[in-house]
Design a protein around this ligand. Structure first.
Ligand code: SAM
Ligand code: SF4
Length: 495
């Protein structure tokens, strides 16, 4: 059986094959894992009548930037009165401004391979989808995709993998290195994150050594019974605890930059929010540092998906969940992907989102091969995207809305991660480091890649931002860097 096939569909692994058994052997390790998700306890916190005064107290605590307990988060979830919901939205907007300012960090996903031994009922890459062409990018194809992304102006990628013995830690590490090595003109990928199946300790050490930024994994659903229903028994992913424990293993192996997430629409969104907050608090308590990011993807239509959920999240509830997550974990970055449509993305940016993808293509080879028509080719993608604007279109809209599009990668490259570094807890951090880094990376984009209209609006925004900065040596240094970038002789000047 071949696993490395650049162009053709490869056979789907048969259940009971030796490859699957290798995985089963590993995931039995989850016996030692700590199950910190207490389903009856979480369910018991929901559906209570709340006292408005209690809701306001909880809001005040989040505005003081103190992470909420799970019970406090439940108070916000139980607040359904329109006035209280509006207070939650207003607080989320304020906290976003206070903690993150108006920067939005941009990235793109790069799908490396869609071979998968699992059969997650909601996913287009599930092994029983025999219509999905299976493909793994080889080094040359990875280089071609990365070069295309660099030509658009991207600096940060997340590599995405199915779960398959072929996608070992060595394979992932090699893919990461291949990406870092590609250079197109002034282009370079400066931060490579990964979203891949759970690894063991040795695997996490390997990918850390390869220089990954964030290791991201979604629990999909924190609700044990639903988890069992959507991940059929006998598949590697059926082991809830092996997945739940994966970020503990990552931390124990030196990956101190991790991202959590839930796939909203599999079960009650309020329960999933409590699951995410429980997970964040577990990491904080055990490793003295919460997750770097939280993702809250909503279920999208997918080829051959077999999960007709009664828990799909409507837009109103989605706004509530984003705002409540923002208030519950003030120092955690929040990622909203192109699964969401343009208008909702623009609106929710103000509620606390700090990172978005742009110009995304989730078909294997999609950045070079098929053009926009591929968006109609459902069977080639893991699921359908809702926002397929180009990177330049997204940046233009961010500028119109008054945000600073940022490609900054400074913290990770200067070792400012994990417990030793709570970036936003440091007074003046945003003003001294984040804003200047956002502006220099934006300037690079404007000079090297932007359309004329984007460049015009971008330069206006930079001038406005500079006017807010106090006139001191730091500002003069920043001006000097911006001019050096415009003259075209230097790049990657970060604080
Ligand atoms: N195969 C790895 C895994 O399952 O952990 C890598 C992740 S998968 C390629 C990326 C994520 O896409 C999954 O964790 C899941 O949350 C999400 N996903 C899968 N099917 C989806 C769908 N129909 N709509 C939206 N997101 C989906
Ligand atoms: Fe495979 Fe991940 Fe899709 Fe599940 S979600 S079928 S593990 S690619």
């Amino acid at each position: 059986m071949r696993y490395h096939d650049a162009d053709e569909a490869t056979p789907i692994i048969a259940e009971g094959s030796s490859q699957l058994q290798v995985l089963s052997g590993e995931y039995q390790l989850s016996k030692n894992a700590d199950d910190f998700i207490d389903d009856p306890g979480l369910e018991g916190m929901l559906n209570h009548r709340v006292d408005p005064a209690e809701v306001r107290d909880v809001i005040q605590q989040s505005l003081a930037k103190v992470p909420l307990t799970v019970a406090q988060c439940a108070v916000l979830l139980n607040a359904t009165d329109p006035d209280l919901v509006e207070s939650i939205f207003a607080a989320a907007r304020q906290l976003k401004r206070d903690v993150y300012g108006n920067r939005i960090v941009l990235f793109a996903p790069l799908y490396i391979g869609n071979q998968c031994v699992n059969d997650c009922l909601y996913c287009g890459f599930r092994r029983s989808n025999r219509q999905a062409p299976r493909r793994t990018l080889d080094a040359a194809s990875i280089r071609a995709q990365v070069a295309a992304l660099e030509r658009q102006g991207h600096k940060r990628l997340i590599l995405v993998f199915g779960e398959h013995p072929y996608y070992s830690a060595d394979f992932i590490a090699e893919a990461v290195q291949t990406v870092y090595d590609v250079r197109q003109g002034h282009g370079a990928i400066r931060r490579v994150n990964i979203n891949a199946a759970p690894l063991d300790h040795a695997g996490f050490q390997k990918v850390k050594e390869a220089g990954i930024g964030t290791y991201q994994i979604f629990q999909e659903t924190y609700h044990h019974a639903t988890y069992g229903q959507v991940h059929p028994p006998g598949t590697a992913k059926a082991d809830y605890l092996w997945r739940l424990d994966s970020l503990d293993r990552a931390w124990e192996s030196g990956c101190d930059d991790v991202g959590i997430g839930a796939l909203f629409g599999l079960y009650d969104w309020r329960f999933e929010v409590l699951g995410l907050v429980s997970h964040a608090r577990h990491l904080m308590e055990k490793f003295h540092c919460g997750p770097h990011t939280i993702s809250f993807p909503r279920l999208r239509p997918a080829s051959h998906a077999q999960w007709n959920s009664r828990w799909l999240v409507n837009d109103d509830d989605f706004r509530r969940l984003v705002a409540i997550l923002r208030l519950s974990v003030p120092y955690t970055g929040m990622i909203m992907t192109a699964r969401e449509p343009e208008k909702l993305r623009s609106q929710l940016m103000g509620f606390g989102v700090s990172q978005i993808d742009a110009g995304s293509r989730i078909e294997l080879g999609g950045y070079t091969e098929a053009g926009d028509a591929q968006q109609q080719r459902r069977e080639r993608q893991q699921f359908e995207l809702a926002d397929v604007r180009s990177l330049d279109e997204v940046i233009l809209q961010l500028l119109v809305d008054g945000y600073i599009p940022s490609f900054c990668t400074a913290c990770y490259r200067l070792g400012r991660t994990g417990e030793t570094f709570m970036e936003f807890a440091i007074p003046g951090f945003i003003e001294k480091l984040c804003t200047p880094n956002a502006l220099t990376t934006l300037q690079e984009y404007l000079v090297d890649y932007a359309s004329p209209e984007t460049r015009r609006l971008g330069e206006q925004l930079i001038a406005r931002e500079l006017a807010y900065l106090p006139d001191n040596a730091r500002k003069r240094d920043l001006l000097d860097r911006l001019q050096r970038i415009t003259r075209g002789d230097e790049r990657d000047l970060y604080y």
